[in-house]
Design a protein around this ligand. Structure first.
Ligand code: GRF
Length: 221
């Protein structure tokens, strides 16, 4: 898959990661165009961020669809209309259904606040603390049928401190997540990244472990 130019971002809430992408594009650090922002929540603050940046946005409220499959079919159509090269799920709180997967398999990446494969699903900060982990982080993975279960492309790691609670940990991870999202999208503009089944290939070579975000903001194995 190369080169990535048009990127669609799916959100449900605050959209701080969307903002990080917008800021990176504005600063000339990221050579993409956000062609569409889609929210499944009508009053998601992230929609205002898109409007402020002059980015086209759409709302597709899952509650207005009687069947889950109808929402998924409508979402697939809405996404397809923009012909994105890459779709970034940044705080999109819906499970992606078959119609969307069929249309965008290998082109969708999700941001998850945990060092996958640890802690799929919600409450990741509390779970990491309760397990006594000494590190936490965020992952960007390809979206598959399995919730937070697709191949992981990139991660950022932060240390857990003795006095951390879920809120302090989330607050410390958040700016690093923003860097991870920007670095990962940028990676797609520089490399041919493909995901078939369980493996990721970068410029033709299978990756054995996720790329890690370095202090200089770059991704390295
Ligand atoms: C992030 O913490 C992300 O890891 C999770 O949802 C949050 C989204 O935050 N999937 P925002 O809406 O981008 O501010």
């Amino acid at each position: 898959m190369s080169p990535v130019r048009n990127v669609t971002v799916l959100i449900s809430g605050t959209g701080s990661n969307l903002q990080a992408i917008i800021d990176a594009v504005d600063a000339g650090r990221l050579d993409i165009r956000i062609n569409h922002v889609i929210s499944n929540v009508a009053d998601a603050p992230g929609l205002q961020r898109a409007a402020n940046a002059g980015i086209r946005s759409s709302v597709l409220e899952h509650g207005r669809f009687a069947e889950r499959g109808d929402f998924d079919a409508a979402l697939a159509l809405l996404m397809a209309a923009g012909e994105p090269d890459l779709v970034v799920l940044a705080g999109f709180m819906r499970i992606i259904g078959e119609p969307v997967l069929n249309a965008f398999r290998g082109k969708m990446i999700n941001l998850h606040p945990a060092l996958l494969p640890k802690y799929r699903g919600v409450d990741t900060y509390r779970r990491a603390l309760e397990a006594g982990d000494d590190r936490h982080g965020a992952s960007m993975h390809f979206v598959t049928e399995e919730l937070d279960g697709g191949p992981v492309l990139s991660q950022v790691v932060i240390p857990i401190q003795a006095d951390d609670n879920p809120e302090t940990l989330a607050a410390r991870l958040s700016p690093r997540e923003h860097e991870l999202v920007v670095a990962t999208v940028a990676f797609f503009t520089r490399h041919d990244v493909a995901c078939d089944g369980g493996t990721i290939r970068v410029d033709g070579a299978t990756i054995r472990q996720p790329f890690l975000l370095q202090p200089d903001g770059a991704l390295h194995v």
